[in-house]
Design a protein around this ligand. Structure first.
Ligand code: ATP
Ligand code: MG
Length: 194
């Protein structure tokens, strides 16, 4: 059987997704044509853990582990705003909107999910958790002048705060990669009950 490409993420409210689509359009106008592959705004989410290829038979154990995490995890509120690029503005690969939750509960949730998945055999993420919402990815073929321009636009755009999101659930999501972009299907949703 084909493995499933899976990840764990917090879904976002519709009105925020519409705002994200507006931000994408505003940025696109200022950037070199075709230089960024914008993500489908309906699918924008806050990734907690990328699992990747997973045998279908492992899904029940993942669900059980995530349900146990959710029983103990505390809901929190995060702020969405400001723009940035990974790895940085001089070498932009990913254009994102930032997520801030100074209380540490979002970080705690991510760590709980991470540990639970490490126990199931997934490699621990080497990088520190940088919560973000991906708006688009810079195409590999983009000449360095165009990449520089993308970084300039992102650096010069004062987005401010777009909104606050109550995080009271997360989801196990399947991703199917298509030439037109990834298609996401939620397999299970877990309410934070802590
Ligand atoms: P595409 O790969 O076609 O650009 P996508 O990145 O939206 O689409 P996936 O690659 O399936 O779709 O990724 C699903 C989610 O997991 C996204 O939030 C993505 O940023 C994140 N992700 C993907 N690969 C990794 C990885 N190696 N490490 C951490 N997060 C990842
Ligand atoms: Mg990807």
């Amino acid at each position: 059987m084909e493995p499933l490409r899976l990840f764990i993420a917090i879904p976002l409210p519709e009105p925020l997704l519409r705002q994200m689509a507006q931000v994408q359009r505003a940025l696109e106008k200022q950037m070199p044509a075709g230089s960024v592959r914008w993500v489908n705004p309906e699918g924008i989410h806050l990734t907690l853990k990328f699992l990747g290829d997973t045998p279908e038979g492992k899904v029940p154990a993942i669900r059980d582990a995530l349900a146990a995490v959710a029983r103990r995890a505390v809901p929190c509120t995060f702020t969405v705003g400001d723009l940035g690029c990974f790895p940085n503005l001089r070498r932009p690969r990913v254009v994102w909107v930032g997520v801030q939750e100074p209380g540490g509960q979002l970080q705690a949730l991510q760590e709980a999910v991470e540990s639970a998945m490490v126990s199931l055999g997934y490699p621990r993420e080497g990088r520190k958790f940088s919560p973000h919402l991906t708006l688009g990815r810079v195409r590999d073929s983009v000449p360095s002048r165009d990449a520089a321009r993308i970084g300039e636009v992102v650096g010069a755009t004062a987005l401010g705060t777009l909104g606050e999101v109550r995080a009271d659930s997360f989801a196990l999501i399947r991703s199917v990669l298509k030439p037109t972009g990834a298609e996401y299907t939620p397999l299970a949703e877990f309410r934070l009950e802590g």
